[in-house]
Design a binder for this molecule. Structure first.
Ligand SMILES: [Zn+2]
Length: 449
C-alpha cells in the first residue's frame, strides 16, 4: 500500500491545472508606495498609483486616491515602485555576429519570461534571425508573453562568414530586405572600409531604419557617430592609445559625439566575464544561481570549450591585458556619462557565456555604479534614456500619468544600493501582473538542470 502513495502523488501532481502565473488586471493600484521618479531624480513618498487598461491613470498622495470598487489593490507600504528596466543588448535567439538563421536558437519563447521576472520589460536583440520576427509577431498578437521586443537583423560583416557584405549593391539590398522583413535595426559588425560603410549608412537612412553597432577600427572615429548607438566600449579607447580618458585631449571628439546624438551601450559585463578575465571570475559566475537557466546543450558546449582553453585563463599576460580593457571600459563609461553622452543599459545576455537573460542586467547596473554613476543615473540608463533612444518617452521609460504601466515593485530602495533592483516583489507590464509567488513558480518551471 505504501508503494502506491508516490504513484498517486505523481498522478495528482500531473493532473493539477497549470497555475495562473500571469494575471490580467484591467484595474489595479499600488497603494501607499514610494515611487522612483527617474525623470526628476527623486523619490515620491506615499503615493497610490492607479492602473487602468495597462496605463497609469493617476498618481495621488495615498490618502487622497479615490479607487473604483473593483480595483485590484497591491500593498506598497514600505516598498518602491520603479520603472521596468530595459536590456538593450541581448542575444536571445542567436549568438554573435555569425548567425545565419539556420542554427538552433539559444533561448526559447518560454525563456522570455526570465526577463520579465527580473524586472526587464524591454529588450533589444542584437543578432536577429527570422525566428525573432516570429517572436515579435506572437508577442504583438498576445500568443506568448514577454518583454517589449526589438530586434536587429542578422549582423552585417565584412569577412566571409555570417551575413557577408562585399559590394555596395549587396549592402543596399540587405538593408532594404531587413527593413522589409520587419527588423527594427541594422546591426553593423566589423570591419568595414569607407566605401561599404558609406553604402550601409546611406541605405539605412534611405530605408529609415536606425543603424547601430560596432566602431570600425579601420575608419576614423568620427564615422562611428553616424551610428544611432555604439555597442560596447572596447574599441573606443583604442583611438586614444588605450590611455585613460581626458577631456583636455578629447573635448573635440566629445563635442562631435554630443552633436550627433549617438547613444552608447557600454556592456561592461562581458568584460568581467570568463573570456576576458581569470579562473576566479569564471568560478564566481558559475556559482551564481541563474546558471541553472542556461540550456543544457549550450552549457555543456561552453564548458567543454572552457576546459580546452583553461591554459588561456591562467595566462598572466592575457589576464593583464583584458583586465586593462575592463578598467578602460569602466573609466570611459563614467567619462562619457559625465560629459553628457547618453548611455543605454545592455548586458550582452546570451551573447557571452554565462550571462543569463534577465538576471544579467542587475550585475550590469552594479558595474555602472562601480564605474562612478550614482544608483539613480544607473537606473536612468535602463529606463528613461532607453525610451528617448527608442523615441517613445511619451509612453514609456518612467512612472508618470498616461504612460504604460511597465513597473517593478521592489522590497528595498534601489537608490541606497543599486543591488536592490534584485529585491523584486512583483512585475507589471501593461495589464499583466506577476506577483512573487508566480515568479517563484516560473523560476521552478524554467530550470534547465
Ligand atoms: Zn553582443
Amino acid at each position: 500500500m505504501s508503494r502506491m502513495v508516490p504513484a498517486i502523488a505523481t498522478v495528482l501532481f500531473l493532473a493539477a491545472p497549470p497555475q495562473d502565473d500571469l494575471r490580467t488586471l484591467t484595474r489595479a493600484a499600488f497603494v501607499n508606495v514610494r515611487v522612483v521618479d527617474v525623470e526628476n531624480s527623486r523619490i515620491l513618498e506615499g503615493r497610490t498609483v492607479q492602473i487602468e487598461d495597462g496605463r497609469i491613470k493617476s498618481i495621488h498622495e495615498a490618502g487622497k486616491a479615490d479607487l473604483p470598487p473593483n480595483t485590484f489593490s497591491i500593498d506598497g507600504a514600505g516598498k518602491y515602485l520603479s520603472p521596468g528596466l530595459a536590456d538593450m543588448h541581448v542575444h536571445h535567439t542567436g549568438s554573435g555576429a555569425f548567425v545565419t538563421g539556420s542554427e538552433p536558437p539559444l533561448y526559447g519563447e518560454q525563456d522570455l519570461l526570465l526577463y520579465l521576472i527580473n524586472g526587464v520589460t524591454t529588450v533589444r536583440n542584437m543578432s536577429g534571425m527570422p525566428l525573432d520576427i516570429e517572436i515579435k509577431r506572437k508577442l504583438a498578437a498576445g500568443e506568448i508573453s514577454g518583454p517589449h521586443y526589438y530586434s536587429s537583423g542578422p549582423p552585417l560583416i565584412s569577412v566571409d562568414r555570417g551575413l557577408y557584405i562585399d559590394t555596395p549593391q549587396k549592402a543596399r539590398d540587405v538593408v532594404a530586405a531587413q527593413k522589409r522583413a520587419g527588423y527594427d535595426f541594422i546591426k553593423m559588425y566589423c570591419c568595414f572600409g569607407g566605401g561599404l560603410y558609406a553604402a550601409i549608412v546611406q541605405s539605412a537612412e534611405e530605408n529609415k531604419i536606425p543603424l547601430v553597432g560596432h566602431v570600425q577600427l579601420r575608419l576614423p572615429l568620427e564615422d562611428a557617430f553616424r551610428l544611432r548607438s555604439i555597442e560596447h566600449l572596447e574599441m573606443l579607447p583604442r583611438y586614444f592609445n588605450n590611455e585613460l580618458p581626458d577631456i583636455k585631449r578629447q573635448r573635440h571628439v566629445v563635442e562631435q559625439m554630443l552633436a550627433s546624438h549617438t547613444f552608447v551601450c557600454p556592456t561592461l559585463l562581458p568584460f568581467e566575464g570568463y573570456k576576458f578575465l581569470d579562473v576566479k571570475t569564471l568560478s564566481d559566475h558559475l556559482a551564481r544561481p541563474e546558471i541553472a537557466y542556461i540550456p543544457t546543450v549550450t552549457f555543456d558546449e561552453e564548458m567543454n570549450a572552457i576546459r580546452k582553453h583553461e591554459s588561456f585563463l591562467s595566462d598572466e599576460k592575457e589576464a593583464a591585458s583584458t583586465k586593462r580593457m575592463f578598467e578602460l571600459g569602466m573609466q570611459y563609461a563614467y567619462f562619457l556619462h559625465q560629459q553628457g553622452v547618453p548611455l543605454i543599459l545592455g548586458s550582452d545576455a546570451g551573447g557571452i557565456f554565462p550571462l543569463v537573460p534577465g538576471f544579467s542586467i542587475h550585475r550590469e547596473l552594479e558595474l555602472l555604479n562601480l564605474a562612478g554613476l550614482s544608483p539613480m543615473d544607473a537606473l536612468r540608463t535602463g529606463t528613461i534614456n532607453v525610451a528617448r533612444f527608442l523615441g517613445n518617452s511619451d509612453t514609456r521609460g518612467s512612472i508618470a500619468e498616461n504612460k504604460e504601466s511597465d513597473v517593478v515593485l521592489l522590497d528595498e530602495n534601489p537608490l541606497v544600493s543599486i543591488s536592490n533592483t534584485r529585491t523584486i516583489r512583483g512585475v507589471m507590464i501593461g495589464k499583466t501582473w506577476i506577483d512573487k509567488a508566480a515568479i517563484d513558480r516560473i523560476l521552478l518551471r524554467l530550470k534547465k538542470r
